[in-house]
Design a protein around this ligand. Structure first.
Ligand code: BTN
Length: 254
């Protein structure tokens, strides 16, 4: 037990020393009716995965690799906002446990000094009745040194320790992440995105900046003006048109 301060999230924690991916285990548990708030936590993953079928580097005993099963009573189109809400929760948790001030890059990257320290992967189990489960995967780089990362991500990834120069207590961090995830997901379910959107924008590096958005078949350049109430990025191109971006890779162009 890790001294949780939550009522729903983490009441059941499946801890495994090693696994393929906590997402895979969480999907299985969700199908076997695991309750809302069930958490899968591991020390290392052999097939950790990221968005867009990328692999996620999960050094043993150095990070927080976990998946949270949520069963919110909301329509499926509200699923993407859970990623944004979780990003705010993780930033708050990092701020509480360290002296660092992370930023959010739309939609789901958390950055320190412009490098990625956390990724979030939200996957959906749904049917005709709506959302059955949301599997929110969190990969938080905590105590890695540069050499702990695969060569191909060394230039773009960082850890809390690499920026702060201090080893961070991972239990404390898990406790804080679960606490803020419960607080903010509940706020989102009860009150909608309004307040959380203000918080999200205050932590964002993307808003107000010139960006390039790469989508599957095309690319748009412009200013990221904000996000809509449903989490869609609003990008204004040079011709003055406003575009809603649902999913893309964002690159700052200044
Ligand atoms: C991304 O930035 O592309 C998302 C990365 C998500 C990684 C986490 S680590 C725990 C969970 N299990 C996985 O296989 N992926 C997520």
């Amino acid at each position: 037990q890790i001294g949780l301060k939550t009522k729903r999230i983490g009441q059941r924690i499946e801890y495994v020393e090693s696994c393929t991916s906590t997402q895979i285990i969480a999907h299985q548990l969700a199908q076997e009716n695991a309750p809302d708030g069930t958490v899968v936590l591991t020390e290392t993953q052999t097939a950790g995965r990221g968005r867009m079928a990328r692999k996620w580097d999960s050094a043993a005993h150095k990070g927080v690799w976990m998946s949270i099963i949520l069963r919110p009573n909301v329509p499926p189109q509200k699923a993407p906002q859970f990623t944004l809400v979780t990003a705010v929760a993780i930033v708050r948790a990092i701020e509480e446990v360290t002296a660092l001030q992370p930023k959010i890059k739309w939609p789901n990257d958390i950055l320190l000094n412009g490098k990625k320290c956390t990724g979030i992967l939200t996957e959906l189990q749904s049917d005709a009745d709506g959302i059955q489960a949301l599997i929110v995967g969190i990969g938080l780089n905590v105590n890695q040194d540069k050499e702990d990362f695969d060569l191909e991500v060394q230039g773009i990834a960082t850890s809390l320790k690499m920026i702060s120069g201090q080893t961070v207590n991972r239990q404390e961090l898990v406790r804080a992440v679960l606490f803020y995830t419960e607080l903010y997901t509940q706020m989102y379910i009860d009150e909608g995105f309004g307040m959380l959107k203000i918080l999200w924008e205050s932590y964002s590096t993307t808003i107000g900046q010139p960006v390039r958005a790469r989508m599957t078949n095309h690319t748009l350049e412009g200013i990221a003006e904000g996000i809509s109430d449903d989490g869609v990025l609003q990008l204004r191109t040079l011709d003055g048109k406003l575009h809603g971006i649902y999913s893309a890779d964002i690159e700052m162009t200044n």
